[in-house]
Write a protein that binds this ligand. Structure first.
Ligand SMILES: Cc1ncc(COP(=O)(O)O)c(C=O)c1O
Length: 374
């Protein structure tokens, strides 16, 4: 029997709570322990990684090793550049049109809040066509291939691969008309499964879900897409070509966040890579969805075919009960289960670092709560 009344303290590793935050979110404990053990003196350098010059030999090894690991873990082809940038995924909402809009036309699939924010930013740069929108159904699904209306002369087609707030995820790589690069925001599902990078022109992700702490944004871009715009018009910090030519060191990169990303990648490799991450993600999410489908106290929000493996959204249908759930689950040692304000209800974000036991613990709590509040 699980003890839901256990003391919650976050001062010791064995008393950590199950943190279901959508991001920043849980990191693997061994990664945090490595950070702690290397905090004061990294590899006999006599200093913390935080204190190091980004141009030093010791830091150069950190960033190079992180890039090499990312290339290995995601099988990134040689003709793609990997950039470590700042400004969060949101900065890339502007960088994408800036770097890719050769003729001033791009197409977007609107499947949630972040896709919508990216669309609004892109509209400042040119003619944007909505290739699909699930706004009417409050973004409860992603489209099928047949529903996509992509212009053959678009400079790119944009998707948000996992919709963190609504709990939906593209289960396939959409096809685009010949010559139209596919651009994907993978902030909330990168490293959770293998991806055929060659199907994408650009993949990017803020780190603070599956990759590490907030502060670094990874951009993976096919080389031939670089440098197709008039740089003199735009801020250099948004210019992928300059960043690629300078190995992400045009200015000071987010040094510590890149180091932690390297440790997370080492952990992913030790667990068996992205294949193992996918199996775990399927296990965690199917435990939750199978439970949701087996009862009628809670209702799953996302349509079945669009369900995310990373963010599981559900509600009781009663706002007061939802609020009670959030409060009581927190008292039982789980945090951040309250859904985003635009969806309401609950959301369990179950990224790579969430142990399967965390999901089992949540389901036991859900059963108990349903029993007590029927
Ligand atoms: C899918 C997705 N894209 C973009 C963002 C925005 O990221 P940032 O806060 O790093 O700008 C988020 C944040 O949660 C997200 O989940």
């Amino acid at each position: 029997m699980l003890n839901f009344e256990r003391q919650v303290t976050i001062t010791m590793a064995d008393n950590r709570i199950y943190n279901f935050s959508a991001g920043p979110s849980m990191l693997p404990v061994p990664v945090l322990e490595r950070c702690a053990s290397e905090m004061l003196n990294y590899k006999s350098s006599g200093m913390s990684v935080m204190e190091m010059s980004h141009r030093s030999k010791v830091y150069d090894a950190v960033i190079k090793e992180t890039e090499a690991r990312l290339r290995r873990v995601l099988s990134i082809p040689e003709n793609y550049k990997v950039l470590f940038l700042q400004g969060g995924a949101t900065t890339q909402f502007a960088a994408i049109p800036m770097n890719l809009m050769k003729t001033g036309k791009a197409d977007y699939a609107l499947t949630g809040n972040f896709a919508n924010n990216a669309y609004k930013e892109a509209k400042k740069f040119g003619d944007i066509h909505v290739a699909f929108s699930s706004k009417e159904g409050n973004f409860n699904r992603v489209p099928t291939q047949a529903e996509l209306d992509i212009r053959p002369d678009a400079d790119y087609f944009y998707i948000c691969a996992n919709n963190t707030i609504y709990g939906t995820e593209w289960q396939y790589d959409p096809e685009t008309p010949a010559g139209v690069p596919l651009v994907a925001d993978m902030s909330s599902n990168i490293l959770s499964k293998p991806v055929d990078i060659s199907k994408y022109g650009v993949i990017y992700a803020g780190a603070q879900k599956n990759m590490g702490p907030a502060g670094v944004t990874v951009v993976i871009v096919r080389e031939d897409l670089l440098g197709n715009y008039p740089l003199e018009k735009y801020p250099v910090m948004l210019d992928w070509k300059t960043m690629a030519e300078k190995d992400s060191m045009y200015n000071t990169p987010p040094t510590y966040a890149i180091y932690v990303l390297g440790l997370v990648l080492e952990w992913v490799e030790e667990q068996g890579g992205v294949d193992a991450m996918r199996k775990l993600a399927e296990k965690r999410s199917s435990l939750l969805y199978d439970y949701l489908d087996s009862q009628d106290f809670y209702k799953a929000v996302a349509e079945k075919a669009s369900r995310s493996h990373m963010n599981v959204t559900f509600r009781t249908g009663n706002d007061e009960l939802d609020a009670k759930f959030a409060k009581e689950s927190a008292a039982a040692g789980m945090s951040n289960l309250k859904g985003h304000r635009s969806v309401g209800g609950m959301r369990a974000s179950i990224y790579n670092a969430m142990p399967v036991e965390g999901v089992e613990y949540l389901i036991d709590f859900m059963k108990k709560f349903a029993e007590e509040n029927k």
